[in-house]
Design a protein around this ligand. Sequence first.
Ligand code: AP5
Length: 211
Amino acid sequence: MAQPRMLILGAPGAGKGTQSAKITDEFDIDHVTTGDALRANKEMDISDMDTEYDTPREYMDQGELVPDAVVNAIVDEALSQADGFVLDGYPRNLEQADELEDMTDLDLALYLDVSEEELVHRLTGRRLDPETGDIYHVEYNPPEDPEVEDRLEQREDDTEETVKERLRVFRENTEPVIEHYEDEGSLERVDGEQAPEDVWEDVKKTIEDAA
Ligand code: AP5
């Protein structure tokens, strides 16, 4: 596989962003992430799409899914410009999985498997560097540079209450997507509860084996 076309699936906090950064470096492909795209366009006016709320922010702050029409358009546009890609945060329900089938073929759907207790701990301790976009954790992966540490921010949807709602939405909407790829025979599971570098070793090998 010269440039893989792949999904990275997993619950909120499973490590999709952390591993995607390594995948894009190693395999020289695009990182297409609906979460980052929506955060960059939080205040976009979507009222003409017949949605309940007028902007993505209102959905995201409550841990709910942004309407499919908005997200499908973002992914369609990004994939049309990519040769190889790791798609992170999509599809999140079976309707999005159907849409994706019309957009592109996939080499692999990789699932990071992490227990719910660990997910809550990871999300509430996550911090982001607003200058570089790098992902840290107060306990598992703190920055070495005190200047970086001073400017770290917590994501608005990483509060305990919103995290619980995001996990509920994941169980209800996205677990059926994982079963769908499993039934299809294209799902590869990786134990995402190991240390980041051990997860990376398994992720890299899984992608290489799919070539
Ligand atoms: P999105 O941004 O996609 O968030 P998410 O799926 O909830 O995933 P996260 O980014 O929170 O976690 P991650 O798996 O990337 O973990 P990370 O690597 O950062 O979506 C946000 C919102 O946007 C949604 O709620 C929804 O409203 C909307 N949205 C997005 N896509 C949509 C779609 N398709 N349809 C509709 N709405 C959509 O790691 C987490 C923490 O753990 C970090 O601190 C990290 O340092 C640490 N960590 C990572 N790996 C390890 C490890 N192995 N050991 C210990 N710590 C680790």
